[in-house]
Design a protein around this ligand. Sequence first.
Ligand code: DOR
Ligand code: ZN
Length: 349
Amino acid sequence: MTSKHNQLTLLRPDDWHVHFRDGDILDTVVDFTARQFSRGIVMPNLTPPVTDVDNARNYRKRIMDAMSDHYNFEPLMTCYLMDEMNFEEIERGFREGVFFAVKLYPSGATTNSALGVTDITSLYDVFEKMSVIGMPLLVHGETPDPAIDIFDREAFFIDQVLEPLVREFQGLKVVFEHVTTKEGVDFVRSQGERVAATITAHHLVINRSDIFKGGIRPHLYCLPIAKREHHRLALREAATSGHQSFFLGTDTAPHSRNLKESACGCAGIFSAPAALEIYAQVFDEENALDNLESFASINGARFYNLPLNQSSITLKRQPNTVPQYIECSDRSVLIPFLAGESLNWKILE
Ligand code: DOR
Ligand code: ZN
């Protein structure tokens, strides 16, 4: 990485957690990710979810078709875990290079998770086999129990599910996706190299009070929901520390404006339009620009045993206004994270 006062060049980063959707939204959003990232792990929570090799292959092709020709982005596909799983199908997808990882959504925890897992212990034989073939497990780390306060669901999940899971399967690679709590950060730090976490841009920027600042702000609602300030500070510390177990995953999750601005608005923050620039701003604020490359471009690739990207990307320190909205081909509208706000960094194209 080279950094002059006003310019920063780093190995091209990867986004280890992306929602692209399908159809018109897919056509609109892919380029926002492809313009800044080299690879991305694509979430499988479509309707219906991606659970077999053919569907994953077809979805990957639709992503490639939606992308502009001048981009070189590589989508890495995931398999949506359900209670009843045929491991042969997962393994075949892994061996054929179609499935990169398996995604575990506790049933009811978030958007399109209804078909997710209700009893994790029923999948212990699958986890055993995944450990053997070296296939990573990506975890949405929240207990979906409605009796548990929404702000406590991550901490409960760590105690009740995650800790026993990683203890039972010492050879399983586990990624605690979009960690949002100090408890989560501490847990990951307490584990060895085979447990890691992604951290979103938005959880580094907002805390739970921001969701209600001056009125309810549906575009800041996501799951796991943003937590108290001391959790945000713990996330900032972890991300900017350079620690090998924390890496970039935006969890960019576009939903059309009418579904967000509704009596029951859905969860998801669309951060792709300025993701890397927002991370750069956070690292700059923390005087940690020297660690941005580890977080964005190195730690994830090392964890997944992938080569580092060869090409680089340059950011310039200059005012950069996030678009107010993005219009899709079906005329629906997406509101990006920090819409209309000015950032201090801009990707040099
Ligand atoms: O806020 C979220 N949105 N969290 C998730 O886990 C899923 C995502 C989505 O698919 O919209
Ligand atoms: Zn997600």
